[in-house]
Design a protein around this ligand. Structure first.
Ligand SMILES: [Zn+2]
Length: 471
């Protein structure tokens, strides 16, 4: 590499907020550190403490007290709701929601203390650096920066930083929708807990917009039997029936089912790949799709999960004594259902797959409760984000990461967007934090984000909010 190219590459990798003495950069770092060091786990942490700390910063920066609210069902599960008043075009507000809670982390599992903000080897380490305090911090830092610059959006903007996305009993989005719908009601929502920037060894590959999510459902396979003495075995055995059912599930594959989002995803992703994967991505888009390409792509769990509904055995329980025939055998089967299909539809398919009347297939309601039938509600049908959302995103992405395409995607897990979508608020996963595709550490040990990626992600929302709300 020539010196000039090396300097150009260095400047690019350092991002637009390169000056270390930039006060906005320092503020973004301080807020990030403060959030990481406030424990917000369900077991011993408090999102109220984090919400109040962020509220304090906004109030100190001059936000009116009536526009900064911390509220929740109890003293540990507070949510922050900030309103930024627009110039008033009569349109409904835009909501940005981002969870404050983090997954549990044990000091003994980690190289550093997960609740200490550590900068090391070009990375920030700490629980929540990828999921998703980096975006909480970016939003608060950007709101303060925009407020100081006197920015007024062209309609109201609501930012909600919330509790219990990862677990716990007090999901903040759910609670706000049920108790203070007026505070967070919006035309559409942006959820930085999904989407984002994909990089490989620090090089930006593409920008993802999460436009659809799979539906989560657990089913219980259970077999009961009168049992008896194990010295007198009979063929009709609960464990054998269950094992047979699980064997059939293992061999069963749900049919390929592309929707507008996954179709666009593979169309735009193919040019970024090479070799067989590139050819296969193009071949599955044929009508009809090339069967061998479907089989090859499906061998990668990431693509398999995009191509179809999946169901997998995750827990097993059976028998009551070594010397007794089992009276009960049970398995949990976890399904991730494509948009457009209901849990009850999948339950009936599982009954057909198992094809054994001795095996009962029930829907797991939760808290140990099961039901003979599953809900008929379908995951929200995939909707491509409108030009109003995409165009500013493409513009800002082109400024920050030239050449990286914006690609709509379907999330194979589920986020808080399921709650807003369920009440009719379309929700899209958008954020500007680049995570290397082979360095995804959310929920894992030594969670980290590249320092330069963090500052670029802060700059992203600063620019995107203005692009989105200033037309
Ligand atoms: Zn998350």
């Amino acid at each position: 590499m020539t010196l000039a190219r090396w300097i150009a590459a260095l400047c690019l990798s350092m991002g637009p907020l390169a000056a270390a003495d930039d006060p906005n950069r320092q503020l973004a770092r301080d807020i990030f550190q403060q959030l990481i060091e406030i424990n917000t786990t369900d077991s011993v942490g408090s999102t109220t403490q984090a919400a109040q700390a962020m509220a304090r910063r906004l109030l100190d920066a001059g936000f009116p007290a009536e526009d900064v609210k911390v509220l929740g069902p109890n003293e540990r599960k507070g949510n922050l709701v900030v309103s930024v008043h627009g110039t008033g075009t009569g349109r409904k507000p835009i909501l940005i929601m981002c969870h404050l809670d983090v997954v549990e982390a044990r000091r003994t599992d980690w190289t550093t203390d997960p609740f200490q903000f550590v900068e090391k080897d070009g990375y920030f380490y700490g629980r929540g650096t990828q999921d998703v305090k980096e975006n909480d911090a970016a939003l608060v830092a950007d709101l303060i920066r925009l407020h100081r610059e006197g920015w007024r959006p062209n309609r109201d903007l609501i930012v909600a930083l919330t509790a219990d996305e990862e677990g716990g009993q007090s999901n903040g989005v759910d609670w706000l929708l049920k108790n203070h719908r007026d505070l967070i009601d919006a035309e559409f929502a942006i959820n930085p807990d999904a989407g984002g920037v994909t990089s490989a060894k620090g090089k930006i590959v593409n920008v993802d917009v999460e436009a659809s999510e799979k539906l989560y459902a657990d089913f219980e396979f259970s077999v009961t039997n009168p049992g008896g003495h194990s010295s007198l075995p009979v063929p009709d055995n609960a464990i054998y029936h269950l094992a047979g059912a699980l064997g059939k599930l293992e061999k069963f594959t749900f049919p390929l089912d592309l929707n507008p989002i996954t179709r666009t995803y593979f169309e735009r992703r193919a040019p970024l790949e090479n070799g067989q994967v590139k050819d296969d991505m193009n071949a599955i888009l044929h009508v009809p799709p090339v069967a061998a390409a479907v089989v090859r792509l499906s061998s990668d769990p990431r693509y398999n999960a995009l191509l179809r509904t999946t169901c997998v055995a995750t827990r097993l329980n059976g028998g009551h004594a070594n010397n007794a025939l089992p009276q009960l055998a049970q398995a949990n089967v976890n399904c991730r259902i494509l948009p457009g299909h209901s849990p009850e539809e999948i339950r009936r398919m599982l009954v057909d797959v198992v094809a054994d009347p001795k095996v009962k297939v029930s829907y797991v309601v939760g808290d140990g409760q099961v039901s003979d039938r599953a809900p008929e509600t379908k995951a929200f049908p995939p909707v491509m984000p409108s030009a109003e959302i995409l165009r500013p995103l493409e513009r800002v992405a082109a400024e920050l990461w030239p050449g990286a395409p914006v690609i709509p995607e379907m999330e194979t897990g589920a986020s808080d967007s399921t709650k807003t979508v369920a009440v009719g608020i379309p929700s899209y996963g958008i954020n500007g934090m680049a995570i290397d595709q082979d360095d995804i550490r959310a929920h894992g040990k030594d969670e980290r984000i590249r320092v330069s990626s963090y500052y670029d992600g802060v700059e992203f929302f600063y620019r995107y909010l203005q692009a989105l709300l200033e037309k």
